[in-house]
Write a protein that binds this ligand. Sequence first.
Ligand SMILES: C[S@@+](CC[C@H](N)C(=O)[O-])C[C@H]1O[C@@H](n2cnc3c(N)ncnc32)[C@H](O)[C@@H]1O
Length: 248
Amino acid sequence: MNEKDWDQVAGTFEEEIFNVPANDTKGHIARWVDRLAVPDAVATDLGCGVGRTLPMLAERFGKVYAVDVSSQCLEVAAKACGNHSNISYVHVDLSTDRKSYPATDVVLCINTLLNASLEVREPLIDRTCRSVKRGGHLLLVVPSLNSALLTAFRHLQWNLKEGMDPRTAQKEAALNSKGLEHGIVHIDDVPTKHYLREELEATLMDRGFAVEAIEKLEYPWTTEFDAPPKWMKAPFPWDWFVAAKRVR
Ligand SMILES: C[S@@+](CC[C@H](N)C(=O)[O-])C[C@H]1O[C@@H](n2cnc3c(N)ncnc32)[C@H](O)[C@@H]1O
């Protein structure tokens, strides 16, 4: 999705865009934010959208940069967070523009590195990493490729239990995924980058980070299927949460 797409979604963001922090039932994100919070430190919410996580940061850090490519989303965020005077709003396309805010102690980046195009995604990842001060932390949430494959398996299992013949069951459960070998899976017809745990470790190490934690943010099966059957329980689908320290 590009700037125009995100602008169009700004008014209906809560209905259309899955709310990761609200569904972080184990509190991984909040716990890491609390662990790193220092009153005079500076944080960035990179791809802040309509500002779901801005109050959490603004209450714990001295200064917060709310960064997004969508001016419409930033407008909604600024309205919603009007009572927090320590937030600066930065309109920038991090895949093409020069970074127009300083590197900060903590960068929270929830489901922003999703673009299927490598030409867009690589500079976006580079600038995300460079947004973290040396010695600072990146708190990252991205879709899991393993989880997408587990969802396809569950779909197949469900089809077989319903009595479908194996051939049709497999065909029907196949992922719509040109580029699956590079982690591209279509979500609601949008090609979306999904990540392996090992890929995240290698990507971050390559950019001077030491990974301190990788956790699953687990969600119920209703996030993947309308009315999933009762037997469909754990293992549940998940996004990856990564906490990494910039060491060089
Ligand atoms: C899935 S939304 C997540 C929003 C927010 N982090 C949340 O959890 O609610 C992704 C956000 O990243 C922003 N984004 C996507 N590509 C970007 C880019 N190249 N530069 C800056 N922001 C970008 C979008 O505008 C959108 O607000």
